[in-house]
Design a protein around this ligand. Structure first.
Ligand code: NAD
Ligand code: IMJ
Length: 257
């Protein structure tokens, strides 16, 4: 195995492309250029118009709607995997959602409904998808999800999403423990702030972004391509000894004193 053929011919699902700024799209482009065979899902028909042309650009073999709250959608997705591929080598989960009002008020005021919704979409969905994916995977397969520093620090405005990301990161460890004996690896990439659909419209984003540029060792933010490169590494056999970890792609923000 060499660097250049580490991912060639590997079949994998990428969940969470909304547009060409999505982190999932950054990962997809890197995986496609490494010769991987890709399947894409989008959240509901509203997004099909944006996602299908992107998926076609990288010769996506599965392109289908999947709302992770809908168990039937998830079932249908894996039926397609069984029919078209009969197996799976990797999974990319790049999905998060909380009601906007829960990102705007204090965490203290989070209601049960908003709490459960954020956790259902942003954390439980990874466990559900990992379970279904793992049934189709053999030794050497790998899964990646996306996290953020708000999982471990109280970041302004991140609120219930931070609590959901903490749950997601803990899930990564327990899933890695469950799947390790089958040589299936599970990791998270914790990215620095990137101007995507999910980050836009967040009050104070530009201040947060300039603070990151000021404090990060590299003195700049990161790109979806850089996140994609790290995800591709974790999904490849080059990372065969790494599981249950959170890898930071933040330009060296977290480690600075
Ligand atoms: P994005 O808006 O492009 O992606 C979020 C995706 O989640 C969208 O494609 C959306 O359709 C999908 N989604 C939401 N609810 C869904 C549901 N019920 N079913 C299926 N899909 C659903 O934004 P992004 O920044 O690329 O976010 C991707 C991931 O990266 C998220 O987990 C986010 O928390 C994480 N992340 C983002 C940043 C950042 O600054 N942008 C930093 C660190 C981590
Ligand atoms: C999100 C909220 C508050 C602060 C934030 C973010 N910072 C960053 C993000 C500093 C970088 C982006 N991020 C890491 C996310 O995970 C975003 C998740 C998110 C965003 C929205 C916006 C629109 C909406 N619901 C959302 N749910 C989750 O209605």
């Amino acid at each position: 195995m060499t660097f250049s053929d580490a991912l060639s011919g590997k079949r994998g699902l990428i969940l969470g492309v909304a547009n060409d700024r999505s982190i999932a799209w950054g990962i997809a482009q890197v995986m496609a250029s490494a010769g991987a065979r890709l399947g894409f899902t989008y959240q509901g028909d509203r997004l099909e118009r944006r996602v299908r042309p992107l998926a076609e650009k990288v010769e996506g073999e599965i392109i289908t709607s999947c709302d992770v709250c809908d168990e039937k959608d998830v079932e249908k997705l894996f039926q397609k995997v069984d029919d078209q591929w009969g197996g799976l080598d990797f999974l990319v989960h790049s999905i998060a959602f909380a009601d906007k009002k829960d990102l705007e008020k204090e965490y203290l005021d989070t209601g049960r409904e908003g709490f459960l919704k954020a956790h259902d979409i942003s954390s439980y969905s990874f466990t559900l998808l990992a379970r279904e994916a793992a049934k189709r995977m053999t030794a050497g397969s790998s899964m990646v999800t996306m996290s953020y520093l708000g999982a471990e620090r109280a970041m302004k405005g991140y609120n219930v999403m931070g609590v959901a990301k903490a749950s997601l990161e803990a899930s990564v460890r327990y899933l890695a423990a469950d799947l390790g004996p089958r040589d299936i690896r599970v990791n998270a990439v914790s990215a620095g702030p990137i101007q995507t659909l999910s980050a836009r419209g967040i009050s104070g984003f530009s201040e947060i972004f300039s603070e990151v540029e000021g404090r990060a060792a590299l003195g700049r933010g990161v790109t979806t391509e850089e996140v994609g490169n790290t995800a591709a590494f974790l999904l490849s056999p080059l990372a065969s000894g790494i599981t249950g970890e959170v890898i930071y792609v933040d330009g060296g923000f977290r480690m600075m004193g």
